[in-house]
Design a protein around this ligand. Structure first.
Ligand SMILES: [Zn+2]
Length: 338
């Protein structure tokens, strides 16, 4: 009895086994069911996976594909392998024409009945075209570079934020190669590298790259924090650079005033005798500004000088001082410390 009654009953909708795989709604199943079977089907519904796609949506006993408020089941269609919504569609996601449908499945069905089933689908189905960005995946331009750039754009918002087009390649190269050979602590090198690469985490960068709320300058709190502002144009930082310039100019004559490019990247066109010393000081200053930012303190020249002397003393302790460091050490002694 437990086998025959449900078997006979649910045969009209494809059998119990099939029904449990469909997205059914009990009130819309065209059967008179006892409370027991309604409850049993409710449990079955709990294990149904809601993951819509025309490829895995069963056409039959579907709660949203209804005619006169009842879900559908047509055994002759089902027996001819018409089971999913996608079976009514061509490869572009459009409905098959009546002739195409008959030709494909060899079912004896009137045009009206076919049309009714198609109209029972709640929304016109049309598979989206396969594109990434605006490029079809069949396009010749669809290569790894395009995929990588598209994902970078999605994940990092404005990925090209750090590209400086106004900088000539010689200056870029100098700003990059100079610090590698210098006796600088890893954190100092990292700060300089982040600045020249445009990936230092100032407010503007974090906003453009990661959509974080844009922060104001850590020192003056009145202007959005950009790289150039934080390290050069901010009034507090600019005053600091002025004092640095005065200090360096005491023993070395003819040093032009610092510009933002000199500070952010590399001070070019200096005499080779003093170029290393000046650029070494600039990198140390940048690191000092970086430390001040995270300490919420303005960069003050006297504090820097103290910090510079400490660093200079530690240079002396490098046991295996290479030739370049030795030269730099003697130049600092000659030009900066008196
Ligand atoms: Zn500021």
């Amino acid at each position: 009895m437990w086998y025959h009654i449900p078997n006979k009953l649910f045969n009209k909708v494809g059998g119990l086994d099939f029904l449990l795989r469909c997205d059914y709604e009990i009130s819309k199943i065209p059967l008179k069911l006892s409370s027991f079977y309604k409850q049993a089907l409710s449990f079955g519904k709990l294990i149904f996976t809601h993951n819509y796609s025309p490829h895995n949506s069963v056409l039959w006993n579907n709660r949203v594909i209804v005619i006169n408020s009842k879900s559908l089941f047509k055994s002759d269609w089902y027996n001819s392998a018409v089971c999913y919504v996608v079976d009514l569609l061509d490869k572009n996601g459009n409905f098959l024409s009546y002739e195409e449908f008959i030709d494909k499945y060899k079912i004896d069905v009137s045009f009206n009945n076919f049309n009714k089933v198609c109209k029972a689908l709640p929304t016109p189905t049309c598979l989206p075209s396969l594109t990434i960005g605006n490029t079809s995946i069949k396009d010749k331009q669809f290569n790894n570079k395009l995929i990588s750039n598209t994902f970078k754009q999605i994940v990092f918002c404005n990925y090209n934020v750090n590209v400086r087009h106004d900088l000539d390649s010689v200056l870029k190269e100098k700003s990059f190669s100079f610090y590698l050979k210098c006796p600088l602590a890893p954190k100092m090198k990292e700060t300089h590298f982040r600045i020249i690469s445009g990936i230092y985490p100032v407010g503007e960068f974090l906003y453009k790259r990661f959509n974080f709320e844009a922060d104001f300058c850590a020192f003056c709190s009145s202007v959005p924090e950009t790289l150039e502002h934080l390290f050069f144009t901010c009034q507090y930082v600019n005053a600091f650079w002025f004092e640095i310039h005065c200090w360096v100019s005491l023993r070395i004559s003819n040093i032009p005033s610092f510009t933002s490019k000199d500070v952010l990247f590399f001070m070019d066109n200096l005499d080779s005798e003093i170029s290393d010393v000046v650029n070494f000081v600039i990198v140390l200053c940048k690191f000092f500004i970086h430390v001040c930012k995270w300490k919420n303190a303005s960069p003050i020249f006297t504090v820097f000088l103290n910090y510079f002397c400490q660093y200079f003393k530690s240079l002396k302790l490098i046991s295996t001082m290479n030739k370049k460091t030795a030269v730099l050490y003697s130049k600092i002694t000659k030009y900066l410390l008196f």
